[in-house]
Design a protein around this ligand. Sequence first.
Ligand SMILES: Cc1cc2nc3c(=O)[nH]c(=O)nc-3n(C[C@H](O)[C@H](O)[C@H](O)COP(=O)(O)OP(=O)(O)OC[C@H]3O[C@@H](n4cnc5c(N)ncnc54)[C@H](O)[C@@H]3O)c2cc1C
Length: 397
Amino acid sequence: MSSDPVIIVGAGIGGLTAALALLRRGIDVAVYEQADELAEIGAGVQISANGTRVLHTLGLASALKACAVEAQSKEVRHWQSGRTWKLFDLGAASAERYGAPYYFIHRGDLHAVLAEAVYREKRDAIHLGATCAGVEQDTDGVTLHLAGGRQASGRLLIGADGVQSAVRASVFGAGRPQFTGCMAWRAVIPADRLRNGIPLAGTNWLGSGRHIVHYPLRRGEVLNFVALVDRADWRIESWTARGTPEECRADFAGWHEDARALVDAIAVPYKWALALREPMPRWSRGRVTLLGDACHPTLPDLAQGACMAIEDAFVLARCLAACGPDHEAAFARYEAARVPRTTRIVEGSAAAKSRFHDSRLADDRAAERYIAEEWSPERIEQRYDWLFRYDATAVEI
Ligand SMILES: Cc1cc2nc3c(=O)[nH]c(=O)nc-3n(C[C@H](O)[C@H](O)[C@H](O)COP(=O)(O)OP(=O)(O)OC[C@H]3O[C@@H](n4cnc5c(N)ncnc54)[C@H](O)[C@@H]3O)c2cc1C
């Protein structure tokens, strides 16, 4: 086997989890990240038991506990009447049922916990300011071409470079984003901007054609706010593009006062156009494979984007360790284990979006019947239990 490392392109959630899981198995890695520093960026992410189970196996339980909020419950509320229904109990119930907690965590905090753990394993594992411009491979290895003309060699390469993956484009051709006609507002609201403080339950406000999701972060000091609106007039897929508070408020005119209080408290709303790519039946070619958003970008409605990347990373590390030098066998086992589940989650997220935006939600009486049916305990269990039970540390490979 060549002594070159496994190259990982992208030091996001999936890339860092893969680096850590591989280093722990004695497999050398070199991570190349376009950002010049691993700065705090993004807002909240939800990590359900299927994700925390992996992170705990990687020894990160106490570091996560120190910066995450352990979710106690989630609920749904009607956009106009404000009526509340229970979605599910979390807290002790999640720990008891699934053996792992459900966390609300700032993406920057999760990222920092992962990066620190990677640095502890290998001080010079992560190369910053290194943008992938293309990938070449032959029977002996892979060459990563970086912007500016530098190159790096590896025996294998993992494209963990997110939704606009340059690795995917280089190896499989550029997929065209299909805009979904839906955009997201995102904001982080400090507690002192909210007269009634920060609601501690994770909440989904449901309305016809739009919904709001919010949950606490950082010991309840800030609230993470995400709202999806059926609107086709915004076409920029970005985590950093800004909108105006007025425009955001206009999208929620007429909503219940508790929901409007949140919208009114937003100082800087970020706008993100939701796009999907053709699902990929294969993620690997030769010595290159993909993970996370690079191969299965999803709508955020099942809150599984980060969890899927974490699961992919761990299963891929297990496959590479199990198959030794036979990377073809490793990639085949990885895809067999992961493609069906991630496809089901991507499809399930699109179905969840339609359910959250159903036209019956417009009318109060029809909404009552619709929510009682669609959010009955049996329906909720059917929709979520299989997600949370999945064990990437033990699933057959
Ligand atoms: C800046 C940012 C903010 C986000 N904020 C949120 C959020 O608030 N809430 C939420 O639910 N999800 C957020 N996400 C998405 C969420 O983190 C992902 O769905 C999930 O973590 C999937 O992980 P991933 O590793 O596949 O991709 P990501 O976590 O997106 O990581 C991809 C990494 O690859 C790097 N990269 C991209 N192109 C190149 C290139 N050509 N060369 C080298 N490196 C490259 C990126 O800089 C990034 O570090 C955010 C993603 C990003 C990049």
